[in-house]
Design a protein around this ligand. Structure first.
Ligand SMILES: Cc1cc2nc3c(=O)[nH]c(=O)nc-3n(C[C@H](O)[C@H](O)[C@H](O)COP(=O)(O)OP(=O)(O)OC[C@H]3O[C@@H](n4cnc5c(N)ncnc54)[C@H](O)[C@@H]3O)c2cc1C
Length: 154
């Protein structure tokens, strides 16, 4: 199946993304696309405007922060699998990543997409709960940090 027509843009910074979301609050974010694109092709969802997060550097990278390890929303499962920082500091994550689906999926699917999708059967939501992750959210009204126990809504 082919999806409905949609408008597409690819901002190159977080401020540029916020400008787009201010203008188009109904826009749909695109990460790895492994959940979103099949749903569009089956026409289960018909977004008018896709905003691709792939070129936003602020959403990439795995870093050691002062109190915790920070993983960007656009970090892929494969990047977690191969991260030497995580292998040393939090081996549960690469150990889990390497058994998630297959390399094609791991190379595209993102941590942020998985947590936002919040599939009850998804691996990253369960792993985030197991390690007590803090989710840092940025929106047009500012930033906030949400403990994973309060992040998922039923
Ligand atoms: C064949 C196949 C096998 C899979 N096997 C597994 C498996 O074994 N285990 C597993 O856990 N998962 C599995 N998945 C799911 C996959 O790992 C990802 O969780 C899923 O594809 C979502 O991540 P994504 O980056 O592709 O997000 P997308 O499909 O791009 O987005 C998913 C949703 O999240 C929203 N979103 C994305 N990023 C953000 C963001 N930064 N902020 C706010 N909202 C956002 C999007 O708007 C969309 O609504 C599989 C998927 C496929 C297609």
């Amino acid at each position: 199946m082919i999806s409905c027509e949609f408008k597409y843009c690819k901002p190159d910074s977080l401020p540029a993304l916020m400008q787009i979301l201010t203008m188009y609050p109904e826009a749909t974010l695109l990460a790895g696309g492994h959940a979103l694109l099949p749903a569009m092709k089956s026409r289960e969802i018909r977004p008018e405007r896709l905003v691709d997060l792939a070129a936003i550097p602020e959403l990439r990278g795995i870093r050691r922060g002062s109190a915790a390890i920070q993983i960007g929303a656009m970090v892929t499962t494969a990047e977690v699998e191969h991260s030497s920082l995580l292998k040393d500091a939090l081996p549960l994550l690469p150990d889990a990543a390497k058994v998630i689906s297959d390399p094609l999926i791991r190379n595209r699917a993102t941590i942020g997409g998985s947590l936002a999708q919040a599939e009850p059967s998804g691996d990253w939501p369960a792993i985030a709960l197991a390690v007590g992750a803090i989710i840092h959210l940025t929106g047009v009204n500012g930033e906030r940090a949400v403990p994973i126990d309060d992040f998922f809504q039923i």
